[in-house]
Design a protein around this ligand. Structure first.
Ligand SMILES: [Fe+2]
Ligand SMILES: [Fe+2]
Length: 190
């Protein structure tokens, strides 16, 4: 398998050789499976929340750029929701890399390359989060230092959050397709 096919920016779904268990545990059947524990539901719920936070930052920024919102309102919401997105996602990745993935690998070593692929995704995502943090902080500072330059910086915030949305759109479904079948098969996290 080439690295190109595994790359977060180009990948089209979970690589087929990582779908061994997904074939036995298709997504439609997860909620009714007896091993579908509350902790699995909570983990999937965190993924939904990241998407919602990214949507809020994107919509707020677009509204500001379209002159539909006040600059102080925009800066306040960007500070709050931008921080929620970045801090929650960083924490989630750190926990997955250090605790969750090693636990899964111990339970079923067949998916080591898949877990490594997801860890590599986290590095791409974290670089995107750093870009978002830099541009959001700068946009907020400019509201007092140079209000005529906020628009330019908000354009960079928009591009950064769109990148994050596109990364999440690949990473989260692939991560779920790899991991939930392992959890169900081994009756983990019950
Ligand atoms: Fe995750
Ligand atoms: Fe992840």
């Amino acid at each position: 398998m080439s690295d190109m096919l595994e790359n977060l920016e180009t990948r089209q779904g979970l690589p087929v050789e990582m779908q061994t268990l997904l074939r036995d545990y298709p997504r439609d059947a997860w909620p009714d499976h007896p091993n579908f524990a509350a902790s699995i539901q909570n983990w999937l719920g965190a993924h939904v929340m990241f998407g919602r936070l990214a949507d809020i930052v994107e919509k707020d920024t677009q509204a500001y750029l379209d002159r539909d919102s006040d600059v102080q309102d925009y800066a306040g919401r960007l500070g709050y929701f931008g921080n929620q997105l970045v801090a929650n996602l960083h924490g989630h990745h750190t926990w997955e890399d250090r605790s969750y993935f090693p636990e899964l690998n111990k339970a079923d070593s067949r998916f080591e390359s898949g877990l490594q692929m997801l860890e590599a995704d986290h590095e791409v995502l974290d670089a995107g989060l750093d870009r978002l943090t830099k541009h959001a902080n700068r946009a907020i500072q400019l509201t007092t230092l140079a209000p005529d330059q906020v628009k330019d910086e908000a354009g960079k915030v928009l591009k950064s959050v769109e990148d994050i949305k596109s990364y999440l759109g690949r990473h989260l479904p692939d991560e779920e397709d790899l991991i939930v079948p392992i959890l169900l098969h081994h009756k983990m996290r019950g």
